[in-house]
Design a protein around this ligand. Structure first.
Ligand SMILES: *Cc1c(COP(=O)(O)O)cnc(C)c1O
Length: 406
């Protein structure tokens, strides 16, 4: 086994060696280092061909037209471009936007900023299983609603939204639909010829590509989505995203998408089997709760609350396993996860939440080790914990809260 055991694939993935090889071929004098905009010579034209071939691979993964793919620095930038870009371009149609409480900060923080610019935002609350009911979306739409932005797969719980049903509503009401698919692309089939989605964000480092590159899908047919750019400069990407294209990042993202597309179903089946094995092992412990949906979930994510334990204490006890509490972004701020709170978990449950995320290089040996080590640590911590006694004896939540007060 390789140490530490890596079970944090939802935060980032290691680059696939095949992807790293492609990236390395675009860097130095003997490689494809030219500026893709330098159409006057063979080196620039070779780089442009590498960029367009990568665009074909990204488009193929989504069954989109390559002309609908705009490069960006990651899903954060793609989300910013989608939300600011649409709300500014359609300001005369309206200034209302619908999203959910369980979105990534790269959507929620943009919404907060848009509110300060005069937009109104509706934040839908999901059910306790994490799903947004399509009827909730329908009920939130107003005559001045321009855009609905909902994620495909939640990065903390792995819950998968029903994009077809939600898109049918937005399409029929003439409202645009943006999807943050950073956690879904390459893992679940996404067919943009069939799905009524208008904009979709991707990140390469969530699918075994490099950090610092992503893309925004912008629908061209049947009607073209208009966007106000965030960056102005050399007119690259049809004026929607200026800046010299990073050939090495782009070629690597193309290769990552090609590999993901080729192996999607068998790879996801293998990961799901490992995830189920992990859950079966952990569920033998007392008071372990699943945060998420039992069926509508992505294969690689398992979010569980070890009730009566602070997740940080558990992770400190297990330095040989790399996992996340809540999510990587919220754990920096030490607040309980906004996603778990939005699906109705109390502070006590949210504090005990650990997100295990599995991926391409996870092995059955790693899962079996993790089940053993987590089980031993949970039992040890509970034996030490004054919080655990009242919880175990079934006392009510107030007693637990009281015991938790320093
Ligand atoms: C990782 C992630 C992002 C941010 O992507 P970057 O490429 O790191 O900017 C956005 N949304 C979701 C759902 C993510 O998982």
């Amino acid at each position: 086994m390789e140490w530490p055991i890596y079970l944090d694939y939802a935060a980032t993935t290691p680059m696939d060696p095949r992807v790293a090889a492609v990236l390395g071929q675009c860097l130095s004098r003997d490689g494809c280092f030219g500026n893709p905009s330098s159409s006057t010579h063979i080196l620039g034209r070779a780089a442009a061909r590498a960029v367009e071939s990568a665009r074909d691979h990204v488009a193929a993964l989504l069954n989109a037209d390559p002309r609908e793919i705009i490069w960006a620095s990651g899903a954060t930038e793609a989300n910013n471009l989608a939300l600011f870009g649409v709300m500014r371009a359609y300001a005369r149609k309206g200034r209302h936007l619908v999203t959910s409480q369980t979105e990534h900060k790269a959507v929620l923080d943009v919404c907060r900023r848009l509110e300060r610019e005069g937009c109104t935002v509706a934040y839908l609350a999901p059910e306790s299983d994490g799903l947004i009911a399509p009827e909730q979306v329908a009920a939130a739409l107003r005559p001045d609603t321009v855009l609905v932005s909902l994620m495909h797969v939640n990065n903390e719980t792995g819950v998968v939204q029903d994009l077809a049903a939600i898109g049918a509503i937005t399409r029929s009401r003439n409202v645009l639909l943006h999807v943050d698919a950073a956690q879904g692309a390459g893992k679940l089939p996404v067919d943009l010829k069939a799905l009524p989605v208008d904009l979709l964000s991707l990140s390469a480092h969530k699918l075994y590509g490099p950090k610092g590159i992503g893309a925004l899908y912008v629908r061209q047919r049947p009607s073209r989505v208009r966007l106000e750019p965030l960056l102005y400069g050399g007119g690259q990407e049809r004026g929607l995203r200026a800046g010299t294209l990073p050939t090495h990042q782009i070629a690597a993202m193309g290769e990552a998408c090609r590999i993901a597309h080729e192996n999607m179903t068998p790879e996801q089946n293998r990961i799901r089997t490992l995830r189920d094995r992990l859950w079966q092992g952990l569920a033998t412990l007392d008071n372990v709760e699943l945060n998420g949906h039992p069926e509508h979930n992505v294969a690689g994510i398992l979010n569980v609350s070890f009730v009566g334990i602070a997740a940080e204490a558990l992770l400190t006890a297990l330095p040989e396993i790399a996992v996340a509490t809540g999510s990587a972004c919220t754990s920096a701020s030490h607040e309980p996860s906004h996603v778990l709170r939005a699906i109705g978990r109390d502070a006590f449950q949210a504090r005990g939440a650990v997100r295990f995320s599995l991926g391409r290089f996870t092995t059955v040996e790693e899962i079996d080790y993790t089940v053993e080590a987590v089980g031993a640590a949970v039992n040890r911590l509970r034996d030490l914990s004054p919080l655990w006694e009242p919880q175990r004896r079934g006392l009510d939540q107030r007693a637990v809260d009281w015991a938790a007060t320093p």
